[in-house]
Design a protein around this ligand. Structure first.
Ligand SMILES: Cc1cc2nc3c(=O)[nH]c(=O)nc-3n(C[C@H](O)[C@H](O)[C@H](O)COP(=O)(O)OP(=O)(O)OC[C@H]3O[C@@H](n4cnc5c(N)ncnc54)[C@H](O)[C@@H]3O)c2cc1C
Ligand code: FES
Length: 276
């Protein structure tokens, strides 16, 4: 009798334990792997989520690696797979492959000041790293978070944003492109938050994740503050299928984003000008 060989294409079953509506289009799903393993991810990695009979979609893990047992996915409803996920109830089962990709280089960040600049749904992957850093707070220098969303109703994780804002050891600034009658905070795109902070560029590592249009402008701000190219990290969303460096869907030149990325330093991306 031959031993059963596990295939990287074979998903592990995961059960949903909690589902929370975060905004009109985004829900937060809490899951656990039914085989009893921890997901064992690094901040910035993603999983392939399969809905049986419908398909698979890459989704970043939004929970911190420091919090084991269950893991969280923040999913925007845009199409077939994400629509089916949004129709599920606690107790439902999905397939999970991964975690895939490289994740953020957390060890290179220890002792450094950290500047996070997420835009919109880009907070989902960065939240994983932010909460890891806050759980290991003494290992890092200043923590600065600049978060931008289109309008107040699209702000994700509002309870957590309030907690970050209340902490003495986090410098938190938030903005919306368009306010509403109840919004008393900053109005303007995320770059309008940069004049509110001063940094020591020699000791700062910056992370930005958001819609592709945002990257060019945020990069200009980060570079004008003097942060080195090799200390600025972005996460690229390319269409991904296998997550294993086989299908080529995510390929840019000779680079498979699913394996070498999705996190790249700006120094690496300058060698891949098509990427941003
Ligand atoms: C590394 C990575 C991490 C991601 N993390 C998250 C996350 O944390 N939360 C989240 O909500 N989404 C995330 N996404 C995007 C998510 O994978 C897509 O929204 C999802 O694949 C759409 O699947 P669907 O079957 O619901 O949509 P489909 O029915 O396939 O398509 C619906 C619409 O979305 C477009 N679309 C489909 N797939 C993608 C894609 N990969 N990129 C851009 N546009 C697409 C289609 O062109 C179409 O217009 C991530 C993508 C990548 C590559
Ligand atoms: S998703 Fe298949 S090669 Fe990257």
């Amino acid at each position: 009798m031959t031993d059963q060989i596990s295939s990287p294409y074979q998903p592990t079953l995961a059960e949903m334990v909690k589902i929370k509506q975060l905004t009109e289009k985004e829900k937060l799903f809490t899951l656990y792997l039914q085989d009893g393993r921890d997901l064992g991810h690094r901040a910035g990695q993603f999983v392939e989520v399969s809905i049986f009979g419908i398909g698979e979609a890459p989704i970043s893990v939004t929970s911190s690696p420091t919090r084991n047992g269950t893991f969280e996915l923040c999913v925007r409803q845009v199409g077939d797979v994400t629509g089916a996920l949004h129709r599920m109830a606690p107790g439902s089962t999905v397939g999970i492959r991964g975690p895939f990709g490289n994740g953020f280089p957390v060890d290179k960040m220890r002792g450094k000041d950290l500047l996070f600049a997420p835009g919109g749904l880009g907070l989902a992957p960065l939240r994983s790293l932010i909460n890891q850093v806050l759980d290991e707070r003494e290992s890092f220098g200043r923590v600065i978070i600049l978060y931008g969303a289109r309008n107040p109703s699209e702000l994700l994780f509002k309870d957590e944003l309030a907690q970050w804002e209340a902490r003495d050891d986090v410098e938190f600034h938030v903005t919306v492109d368009r306010g509403d009658e109840s919004w008393t905070g900053n109005v303007g795109v995320i770059t309008t938050l940069f004049p509110k902070i001063t940094i020591n560029p020699r000791n700062t590592v910056a992370m930005t994740v958001g819609p592709p249009v945002m990257y060019r402008f945020v990069l200009m701000e980060l570079l004008s503050k003097g942060i080195q190219d090799s200390r600025i990290f972005l996460s690229l969303e390319r269409r991904m299928k296998c997550g294993l460096g086989k299908c080529g869907h995510c390929q840019i030149n000779n680079v498979y984003v699913c394996q070498k990325g999705p996190v790249f330093s700006y120094a690496q991306l300058k060698e891949l000008p098509e990427a941003i």
